[in-house]
Design a protein. Sequence first.
Length: 118
Amino acid sequence: MATIDELMDDGNGALAIGELEEAAKCFREVVTQDPQFQDGWHALGMALYKLDRYEEAIEAGMRAARIDPNNQFVWSSLSLAFNGNKQKAEAEWAGAKARIISWGGKIKPEAVDEKPSL
């Protein structure tokens, strides 16, 4: 069985050459081995986003955000996935969280699952 580091390397390599399904497969195996590995969830979300599988990308991104609610890249990626899924309010909500972090603010763990007001 490949290690998490090997799977991340394989997934990133596949992503770099456009083998998106293979990348997603590698990253999915990463989070199967370690469901608390935030980088694996984020990478899986981005691979799924590039495959236009926005709902799955959002699910993976939300898992990453729950593990580390103060990761600016996760919120930026979630904003992209929500936008791709035609969820404008949610895209703005995630983008705002990314901006808060970029300004030195913090996101409370309980705020991860707060829904944006429409």
